[in-house]
Write a protein that binds this ligand. Structure first.
Ligand SMILES: [Zn+2]
Length: 163
């Protein structure tokens, strides 16, 4: 996924904020959750030298984020209930990141227990620049659709009268 992670977080956060209008931090938590797994790109470029696909790192293990999300939701439920909607928005956004990465790249959904990968479609490297191959593949339409939904939600929120 090239461009739709942050917009997908906006969709999750805007819908969560609509469901819980009096709770603060829902949109911010969703935005953070939507991009946090890709922080491993720093390691990929600065330490790993690009030898390992960043989807192999723990930050792209769905079970890792499921466990983190479960702990976050349980902890906020027990100790800070007013933060629970934000924790849930974070969990939804970070797990959506995992699902969206599975569209056009291999993801190890059961890591560390299995190396089996799941991907909806394999993008063939038919252009010298891998980014062009992704941009011209049908899966990029999914990214554009997510961006369009996010833009529509953003416009609809702007048009709402402020209380
Ligand atoms: Zn990712």
């Amino acid at each position: 996924m090239l461009i739709a992670h942050l917009p997908s977080g906006y969709v999750v956060g805007a819908l969560g904020q609509r469901a819980c209008p009096s709770v603060r931090g829902v949109l911010a938590a969703a935005l953070v959750g939507s991009v946090l797994p890709d922080v491993d790109m720093l390691w990929f470029h600065l330490a790993d030298g690009g030898r390992t696909h960043h989807h192999a790192f723990v930050t792209h293990w769905p079970l890792f984020w499921a466990a983190v999300s479960a702990v976050l939701i349980a902890a906020t439920s027990a100790f800070r209930p007013r933060w629970r909607p934000a924790a849930m928005a974070f969990a939804a956004a970070v797990l959506l990141h995992m699902a969206l990465d599975s569209v056009a790249a291999p993801m190890t959904w059961l890591a560390p227990f299995s190396d089996a990968t799941v991907e909806l479609a394999r993008v063939p490297a038919i252009h010298p620049n891998w980014i062009v191959s992704f941009l011209l593949h049908w899966t990029f339409l999914i990214e554009l659709a997510i961006c369009a939904v996010a833009a529509a939600l953003w416009l609809a929120r702007r048009r709402q009268p402020t209380p």
